[in-house]
Design a protein around this ligand. Structure first.
Ligand code: PMT
Length: 401
């Protein structure tokens, strides 16, 4: 189930060419089960019609503070109280200025003053307008007032300029929203997560690796960020786009992953090793492509360093969580790994079942910690990741209190 299911969202649209993206944004929000009520400034109506927004949201559009008929249907205070979240996009320079001043000279600005719901502002404007000192001053004021700013994007603009000021794409905006509906149990923590496979070169064109897609690790990174953590994702090669709010360090080999983790884990409160690290690497990497002259080819392999064990054995180690990917005797091997590697928690993954684990959409795990265990039935990796991070946050908090 989407985290946006049944959430009541006011979508505020101000005047800007990017307003056309709001039809797609609304469609995506309603697809995820959100109830959307659109509020438009008068300038917004020059760029997209209220009829379009009514059709895609399935609700009448509000645009006038002083319209007796609209007030009779759902008054502005009622609308302000109805909202779980106010999302404003595109937020023009003018709207940002009016919000920063606390003005209430149209319906949208009035709602922002009258609502206790979090307000998320996604600006979009010409790059020069965005860089203007007045806009930047207003931006700082809005942040001080507790408004949440997402974007803008950087790139080519409708006017032909290039720079910061593009409206974020609907999918990018939606990625930020679940954080506003989840308790921020990881607020103030730094979390490092490894994900994906590592690759060990044999020669300039070949490598040893495994089937990890990175989906579980990326889902954990997204969930940790939604729960309020500052996240660093150290990732082997995958086809995935890293979650927006996370710093991502891309590596290939185990040695590279180790050195990245050693660097970033020094400041970390929590370290989660989800990567499927290649246990062995070529004893020596051929400098030229190996030729197919022999019928049999023997590769000499040597053991890779254990990243998780290295981090978990540091003196000031972060709360350390490992995964155990096993095909048999899962519980025993997992508990043994927890002890051997000096972990605070281990997440056991039965990878003999091809419906879960490696390169699948779903996962099912059992989590062990020194005085407890908990089973998580199969479900999509992003939902499971939230539950796992909530459990990790609980154990971490108990340990540090
Ligand atoms: O990426 P997906 O397709 O979504 O699949 C997810 C997953 C199956 C890869 C993931 O859920 C998982 O189980 N990851 C751990 C895979 C693994 O390598 O397990 P392991 O039992 O071999 O290793 C134990 C732990 O030590 C793991 O946390 C691993 O990251 C870590 N390790 C292992 C070897 C090594 N040299 N360094 C390590 O840090």
């Amino acid at each position: 189930m989407s985290l946006l299911q049944n959430k009541k969202i006011i979508l505020g649209i101000s005047g800007g060419i990017a307003a056309y993206k709001c039809a797609e944004l609304t469609r995506r929000l309603t697809e995820q089960g959100a109830q959307v009520r659109v509020v438009m400034t008068s300038a917004a109506k020059a760029f997209i019609t209220p009829l379009t927004m009514q059709a895609v949201s399935g609700n009448p559009v509000s645009d006038d503070l002083l319209d007796p008929a609209a007030e009779a249907a759902m008054g502005h205070i009622e609308l302000a109280k109805w909202a779980d979240l106010i999302l404003i996009t595109p937020a023009s320079a003018d709207l940002m200025a009016r919000l920063a001043q606390g003005m209430a000279n149209d319906l949208l600005t009035t709602l922002c003053l009258a609502s206790a719901a979090p307000t998320v502002i996604s600006p979009a404007m010409n790059q020069q307008m965005w860089a203007a000192p007045a806009t930047q001053r207003n931006l700082e004021q809005l942040k001080k007032d507790g408004r949440f700013i997402i974007g803008p994007g950087v790139g080519e603009q409708a006017c032909g300029d290039v720079g910061a000021g593009r409206m974020l794409e609907p999918a990018q905006i939606i990625e930020y929203l679940p954080a506003f509906f989840l308790p921020q149990v990881l607020q103030g923590t730094k979390v490092v997560i490894t994900a994906g496979p590592t690759q060990e070169a044999i020669d300039p064109v070949r490598y040893i690796s495994n089937h990890s897609s990175g989906k579980m690790g990326y889902a954990l990174a997204q969930a940790a960020s939604w729960l309020g953590a500052q996240v660093t994702l150290v990732s082997g090669p995958t086809n995935l786009v890293p979650p927006q709010n996370c710093e991502c360090i891309a590596i290939k080999s185990t040695e590279q992953m180790l050195s990245a983790c050693q660097q970033v884990s020094q400041q970390a409160n929590i370290f989660i090793a989800c990567a499927a690290v290649a246990d062995y690497k070529a004893a020596s990497i051929e400098s030229h492509k190996i030729k197919k002259t022999q019928h049999q080819l023997n590769l000499q392999l040597t053991k890779n360093p254990d990243i998780l064990a290295t981090i978990a054995q540091q003196v000031d180690k972060p709360f350390s969580v490992g995964f155990a990917a096993e095909t048999q005797d899962v519980a025993r091997y997992a508990k043994d790994k927890m002890q051997r590697k000096n972990l605070d928690m281990i997440i056991a993954n039965d990878v003999s079942n091809q419906q879960i684990g490696f390169n699948s959409e779903q996962n099912a795990v059992t989590v062990y910690w020194p005085d407890g265990e908990l089973d998580f039935a199969a479900e999509d990796k992003s939902t499971l990741a939230i539950k796992l991070l909530q459990l990790i946050a609980k154990q971490y908090t108990q340990q540090t209190q």
